[in-house]
Design a protein around this ligand. Sequence first.
Ligand code: AMP
Ligand code: MG
Length: 352
Amino acid sequence: METEVVIIEEKNIDDVAKENLKKAGQIIKDGGLVAFPTETVYGLGGDALNPKSSQKIYAAKGRPSDNPLIVHVAEFEDLTRIVSSVPDSAKKLAAAFWPGPLTMIMNKNDKVPYETTGGLDTVAIRMPNNQIALELIRQSGGYIAAPSANTSGRPSPTLARYCVEDLSGKIEMIIDGGQVGIGIESTIVDLTCEVPMILRPGYITADMLKEVLGEISIDRTIIDSSSTQKPKAPGMKYRHYAPKGELTIVQGSQDSVVSYINEVTKTSMEQGKRVGIIGTDATKDLYKATIVKSVGTRDDESTIAHELFKVLREFDDENVDIMFSESFDDSGIGQAIMNRLLKAAGHHVITV
Ligand code: AMP
Ligand code: MG
């Protein structure tokens, strides 16, 4: 199949853009797939209420079909039509964070096919904060199932060119809306437990949720790499975000991290390996390798979230064999960054 790529600027949704969004909406209504930008990462969208569309999403991504999809809505009222009841906590969280990078899990009703929820009786729902995504959802009939628009296992796409790389020829359309704002996927919170539980950390932090809900718990399996229990979000058990080369996270004081990485880089380069290093604005000039990338500044960790997946993809583009990354604070948005980085590294961490 030929994949059409259309460019739309979020800040300038003119008549041509509206026409393209209408066309994209019709593709989804007709059971086809469209990759589109959200504020977190690019999504691969299909009609969430059409079981065949969800099956196509799994096939295009090579995603295991027990890994449920997030349903994207543009109006809070649309949420009320696909769940068995709306918990008070959902109203409060939506008022505080929607549209935004927060996914809520509730009990589904019969409108939502099991193909979309990976066989579960619960459904994950989010309202993205991106005008292209919101207009596309409206044009598609209100419910878009959209996992990240990457081949399963690879880093999530934060630029349309990575959707093209992974999905070209497999889907009808890709909407290029430029680099996304946040760069890591939404926080997932399960509202079906007695105390709401974070199943995946993201830009909306535990403290932010606690402020609205009073109480919040966290699925321990996602922060404790030695846990042998199954994570509650089925997708969290899979290898994810993996670059093609081998990634190691190095933790310790700045000086010891820099000298350790420089030492192993030298040895690896002598063995003819291409080495990539993930540093920050403060350290990038201290490393002695050909490919050194800064992911941002520790003073504002959202800069790191913004760049992380892009940097992992760039290392792939440059055929890097081995990568070393600094470690980041495991609090606030750092928790989401470390969750993704640890998965990308297959939990390979060295303390120096
Ligand atoms: P992605 O859309 O690629 O960001 O992945 C969606 C994530 O949401 C996966 O980790 C899923 O396992 C998780 N998820 C979606 N629906 C549910 C649900 N009903 N219960 C638990 N986790 C869910
Ligand atoms: Mg994903």
